[in-house]
Ligand binder design. Structure first.
Ligand SMILES: Cc1cc2nc3c(=O)[nH]c(=O)nc-3n(C[C@H](O)[C@H](O)[C@H](O)COP(=O)(O)OP(=O)(O)OC[C@H]3O[C@@H](n4cnc5c(N)ncnc54)[C@H](O)[C@@H]3O)c2cc1C
Length: 425
């Protein structure tokens, strides 16, 4: 009797599922259940450059908006590693949703698990506990969403200058003014988690990077405006338009971190910026999955034309698998390494891993297009969208591919305290 036809079974996003904790398996599994509906909607969000509201409704219903909210505040209490796996599974089905979810997660992880390890006075700690409980209740009880306006078009988002967006201390709170660019979830989020510089009364000139302040501004507050068009190459559903803040008043309870703590977090927990990578790890997996299904003639809606018997296709898919596994290994190792005060080697592996995920995601999509061939780039199939979405990863600050290489090159050759003496003649 001929064997029953078998279909390709995609691998688990985190490699061997048996190595995961039951909670990690469960949450990745919840996303996998939502995934097929997200895949079906992805072309529409991409075509219309519209925000994936339905996908976020799904996440809300699945209880995943509170993934990285501490358990004491009603969330699931996922750490960086667990978020990385769940975020990558999201990216496998919809890159846009995963990238937006990363922005929301920043507000939870930075004020949550990361803040727990930072130095604070007892009074700061008590105040932070009180305030973050208010933010978390909005997420857990009301299903609200946070965006992450960081970029301003200058050196601040690259980590080498203070934010131009400023917060002035006034009675009972702050007045915030400035302009952010590329704000994913613009017009869709309930809150903007804004990075700004706290002005110190009586001090001349702009503040320093140490004066960075992280505030939650209500999207509907007077003085908040979303503006500019949004018709980009990829990640079109993120709707990353500009957002301006003109003398926006927020109360002291807007703080997502106590004054002065953002700089400590960025200096001592550099993995906090690595939350961008999972979306692209997921895209890399999706490009590989598509290629295998395509060559096996298993793409729904397409004639079952098989191309797997050609040695060149087999070699190409093997090359893709090697790249995918190398990317996944570095991605997971890096997520496991995330910690306070990483040593120099861990920090360098972080840059290497971030660079690898972002560059390899795009390269795997390139290989997938070349291997599958002409029909695979038609808009009726997802591959050309994966290719465009994957292009965005290595442009994202603070760690563009260039800046990863910059930091890595410097840190490979210099100890922290070393400076060059005069150049030799
Ligand atoms: C799909 C998508 C979604 C995004 N969503 C968000 C979001 O939600 N929130 C957010 O804050 N940002 C977001 N971004 C923005 C992203 O993180 C970058 O800030 C943005 O792509 C930078 O664009 P730019 O043209 O200003 O870059 P660049 O001009 O390349 O960089 C801006 C500045 O950074 C410095 N810089 C850049 N490269 C170097 C270098 N090699 N060496 C030294 N300095 C350097 C320079 O001062 C430069 O002027 C998103 C981007 C994309 C593509």
């Amino acid at each position: 009797m001929p064997a029953a036809p078998q279909r390709y079974v995609p691998s688990h996003i985190a490699g061997h599922a048996g190595t995961l904790t039951p909670r990690q398996r469960e949450w990745v599994g919840r996303v996998a259940e939502l995934g097929p509906a997200w895949s079906a909607r992805a072309a529409r969000y991409d075509r219309d450059a519209s925000f994936p509201f339905e996908n976020f409704d799904d996440l809300r219903r699945a209880g995943l908006l509170g993934l990285c909210v501490p358990q004491a505040s009603g969330g699931l209490g996922a750490d960086f590693l667990t978020y990385s796996m769940v975020g990558a599974e999201m990216g496998r089905w919809c890159g846009t949703t995963a990238l937006c979810f990363n922005m929301h997660v920043c507000a939870c992880l930075w004020s949550g698990a990361i803040a727990d390890g930072l130095d604070m006075s007892p009074a700061q700690r008590a105040d932070h506990e009180r305030i973050r409980a208010l933010h978390y209740a909005r997420i857990v009880s009301q299903g609200q969403l946070f965006a992450q306006p960081f970029s301003e078009g200058g050196a601040a988002a690259a980590g080498s200058a203070p934010w131009s967006t400023v917060a002035r201390k006034v009675e009972g709170g702050y007045l915030v003014s400035g302009r952010k660019i590329f704000v994913s979830l613009a017009g869709a989020a309930d809150w903007y988690g804004v990075l700004c510089t706290l002005e110190r009364p009586g001090r001349e000139g702009r503040g320093t990077r140490q004066d960075a302040l992280y505030l939650a501004l209500p999207a509907k507050a007077p003085g908040v405006t979303v503006h500019g068009d949004w018709d980009p190459l990829g990640m079109r559903g993120t709707v990353s338009r500009n957002v301006s803040f003109q003398d926006v008043f927020v109360a002291d309870e807007a703080r997502l971190l106590p004054e002065g703590l953002y700089f400590q977090a960025a200096s001592r927990f550099p993995h906090m910026f690595g939350t961008l990578a999972p979306a692209y790890m997921g895209i890399a997996q999706a490009a590989y999955d598509f290629t295998v299904q395509y060559l096996r003639g298993e793409i729904p809606g397409m004639p079952p034309a098989r191309r797997r018997m050609y040695p060149t296709k087999q070699h190409a898919v093997a090359e893709m698998r090697v790249k995918l596994e190398a990317t996944r290994a570095l991605f997971l190792q890096n997520a496991r390494d995330a910690r306070l005060d990483p040593d120099a080697d861990t920090r360098m592996r972080l840059y290497a891993a971030h660079y690898t995920v972002m560059e390899n995601a795009n390269d795997l999509c390139r290989l997938a297009l070349r291997t599958c061939g002409g029909q695979s780039m038609l808009k009726t199939l997802p591959l050309e969208r994966l290719y465009r979405d994957s292009r965005c990863g290595s442009l994202m600050l603070p760690w563009t591919a260039e800046l990863c290489i910059d930091h890595l090159g410097r840190e490979c050759l210099y100890e922290a305290s070393e400076e060059d003496e005069a150049l030799e003649d």
